[in-house]
Design a protein around this ligand. Sequence first.
Ligand code: AHM
Ligand code: MG
Length: 336
Amino acid sequence: MKPISLTQFLIEERRAGYGNAELGQLIEVVARACKRISVATGKGALGGVLGEAGTGNIQGEAQKKLDVISNEILLEANAWGGHLAACASEEMEHPQPIPDAYPKGGYLLLFDPLDGSSNIDVNISVGTIFSVLKRPEGHADGVDTTEFLQPGIEQVAAGYVVYGSCTLLVLTIGHGTHVFTLDREVGSFVLTRRDAMIPEETSEFAVNMSNQRFWEAPMQRYVGDLLIGKEGPRGRDFNMRWVASMVADVHRILTRGGFFSYPMDSKIKAKGQDGKLRLMYEANPMAFIVEQAGGAASTGHQRIMEVSPAELHQRVPVFLGSRTEVEAAERYHAEA
Ligand code: AHM
Ligand code: MG
């Protein structure tokens, strides 16, 4: 079979009634920026890109050099194309409007430029996560933050790129979830898995177990029952994996099934936050991708994509992956 490039895929999807030229162009620009991030991460110590940037982001987290570089690459690449009105990023307090020198388009782009960045210096997979929304109609020239505050069901596209042993782009435009592998010699993303599907059942879960004592009661009970295995109410043994790069953990789940969680805990609560992961550029895009692959994504109480955002950098508890396990976790929460 002849390889299908991302460009060909997007054009064919458009002919079949999914997406449009402006959205296709936007996705290609993001993909191109991610190729540059892939090159930068791939250089490691030789590129002088490892280590701390010496700055902090709006969330009070220390930025790595590659966090800052990736953010700049994405902003720069997306400034001039004419398809966007503004970008919002984990690394910036406020959305960045498209510079006046360029025409503005009808879309809003949100991203976590380099997710899992605590893993950069140890050569474990990291990634970029992005989400695309339509700019609401009837707004004046300047974009304000409230325009971004749309629930995840309004997303028109979402994706992530994993910078691992190979670089992969996983994309949905609301018509299935598809995987593209970067052909490094040709410099192009090639479709390598169409309509990825997450198995409905799983015996593998992902969570940072070191937080166990801080979890709320339903999470304690749920994971407690997984750990009892065959002898417990779940009637089978469970395996555990935790990469601490959401992209890598989600990609494993997309490939062979699994259940990912970052629950609420008392440490998070003490900081006055509602979760660890960010709704707009981590949870929502991952939820869209996972749902399009037949999986589910929940806060434990509610479908993630139906959460009405109140703030750009809002956080939520996240439970996602194989449908039956997400539903099981929701049951434990409902019973509590
Ligand atoms: P980041 O966006 O600052 O990298 O944080 C998000 C990451 C996720 O990729 C991952 O699931 C989680 O934080 C890991 O957290 P922990 O270090 O508590 O295990
Ligand atoms: Mg992140």
